[in-house]
Write a protein that binds this ligand. Sequence first.
Ligand code: PEP
Ligand code: MG
Length: 874
Amino acid sequence: MTKYIYAFDEGQKSMKDLLGGKGANLSEMKRLGLPVPDGFTITTEACIDYLSQGQSLSTEVKTQLVDHLAAFSERTGKTFSSDSNLLLVSVRSGAKISMPGMMDTILNLGLNDDNVKKLAEKTGDARFAYDCYRRLLQMFGEVVYNVPMQAFDTYFEDYKQQHKFDNDAAITAEGLQEICERFKEIYVEEVYKPFPQEPLKQLEEAIEAVFKSWDNDRARIYRDLNDIPHDIGTAVNIQEMVFGNSGDNSGTGVAFTRNPVSGENKLFGEYLLNAQGEDVVAGIRTPKDISTLNDQMPEVHQEFVDVTKQLEQHYKDMQDIEFTIENGKLYLLQTRNGKRTARAAIKIAVDLVEEGLLTKEEAVTKVEAKSIDQLLHPNFEEKALKEATPISKMGLPASPGAATGQIVFSAEDAKAQAEAGKKVILMRPETSPEDIEGMVASEAIVTTHGGMTSHAAVVARGMGKCCVTGCSNLEINTMAKTVYYDGGELHEGDIISVDGANGDIYQGEIKTVSAEHSEEFANFMKWSEDVARLDVRMNAETPQDIEAGYNFNAKGIGLVRTEHMFFGAERLVEMRRFILSSSYEQRVEALNNIRKYQIEDFEAIFRLSGERPTIVRLLDPPLHEFLPNSDEDIENVAQQLDIPKETLNKRIVDLHEVNPMLGHRGCRLAITYPELYEMQVEAIMGSVLKLKKEGIACKPEIMIPLVSTVEEFTTLKDKLVKTIEKLEEEKGDKVDYLIGTMIETPRACLVADELAKHCDFFSFGTNDLTQLTYGFSRDDAGKFINVYTESNILKLDPFQTLDKDGVGKLIEIAVDQAKKVNPNIKIGVCGELGGDAKSIRRFNQLAIDYVSCSPFRVPGAILATAQSQVEESE
Ligand code: PEP
Ligand code: MG
């Protein structure tokens, strides 16, 4: 028979899967001999069975419940409905991963009309007895039968006002008795049956309600936000009540063993005298700082301080502890690893190592990798944020940061206004390469279309600039320079604030706090690097971004996207000249003009990279991205290139593709126009040879993108090797270089062994690989992916976190095959998944050498690689 219930002295901290965090830790505290009220835990398995099988507790659970209550009574000498020794219990949820406040709790369970009188007689405190009863009536009604909170609260508050009671504690025993009578009537009015007088019935209904609360909306949303699986269920803890509301020698509180905001090593908490747990949370009375307990109950305070130290030492982590004092005696109701800010997490981890409690390997597992972002970008001040008015909560957090500025609707306006000294936020339906200068000039970028790998998202992340994409509730009119949202309209120049951490947009200015890097942060990151196996490189091309990435200790550059180099106004003209040329000679002439820019760019990049490996990807995107769109643009370009507008229009029509992302891009461009890659390789190698003369040795790695067949690769490689040899001969010097490919089509994964014979390196382009594996457009999938994830058709957005079963499988096949034929091949990942902690865990299990991501994701990726390695070695 399955064991569904464990007494507290049968469990321990390692049993979180079955007993939930709260249950396992209550058991553990009991084992440590700490003052924990007696009780037992109904397992998560019972919850999963209940939720899957139907609407009542199984006979097995009911039978085991009765047995445990009997044993419980034997241990405590108390029973439900007893005349002399009344047993009252709390019923609390407790999942494996803590979900503070998301599920339900019932206190004082076991009271009824009859035994409440006996409790009053026995304690000689009728006020206390009826205070417990009114709380039970309300909590039971709310939790078990969803009676709206206001139904009880409105009456309670009116009653206090009418009878001139200043606060809850001032209500007399008679008053509370009257309130209980009315609460029972409210209960009947709402539930259509009387409050159950039989304690066992109360208990069974309460257990069922806690199981059901696993599936309430707020719990589901919390789990989605925190990546907690929906199928692990909650345990239920039944614990003998201790009463913080039994007079002024009693109380209740919550404390953290260290400050959860700053990490300071000082007890941090608050408590209320003569109160029960929910009073502290509800904020009806202002709790007192924990240190003042020393004045009121010095012995209890000392005992509590000692216990907090013991628990922290035992768990080797900062603890969040709930306690109750009943008539001068301390009881512990919960301990768990406390939630904390990223800043506090780093300080606590570093301090615990210095205090000898943690090893460096253990310390790196104590900070959530994705929380590191909080430390690298400015954030909104918490208080100001709470008071702000949101205009969109539908956007995707494409690039973190917090920014405030005046809205503009075109890149030109962004540039002009920024030059006039204004802080601007660029709002566009979507961005394109032409917008680059406007993006650089803006504090943040907001788009209504596009997902996490759209142009705006990728470019902004590279720049470390705040960006929110896919705000589908906003309607931008770039002509009228207005944006509509549900409830209003904003015009050019109006101020908004953009939260890149969660994708929310607000009206008006919100105060920000800037990022700062402590010595602890530097130490912590150094330990992470020491522990990690995978290297972390960056995806970057501008000197500013490259410097940022190297400041975060990137080991090299995993991807220079050369197309980003053509976005500046002058370069764009030359690029357009190349695309629109109709003869080889004209194209070569245009390329000769571009070459000088490319040499400058590569020289700057290699000067910064030096001996660190640097992958330069040859031109990749569809040509139409460089073409003018609007009539006005077309007119301008025709003038710049000195060609008739009609000819230009015809050429644009010729170049039009129905599916540009599947079209003439990547290596396909160079198969038709080899001179393009030849020019780029000459520029790369030319700059490397120049630097060599100055005594700067470089490690160039040339990447051919979007390869599907071995012949595509070998055809281009042969041409490029010849170009390099010719250049070496001209310059009378040699360069060491690698030549490889980006693996981003499913076919390339399947022929990886053949490709690997000719490649020095592979780098997985997971953005395109995901797009092509699913057949989901990376630019448009945002429109439906949230529906897929909400309805569990997809567990996670595969553009943000590796799809292990599909895309991950292709990568695994490719890595295995490639290593078999070319054990020395260097393998990396440079799509957005290269910076995602969960995906990195999988990459760390494969024979991959590095991951690469945008500069501001480098620290989080370094930490994730360290954590993956610790996990694996365990
Ligand atoms: C990719 O496809 O994963 C990649 C890194 O290239 P891009 O995002 O530039 O297409
Ligand atoms: Mg790609």
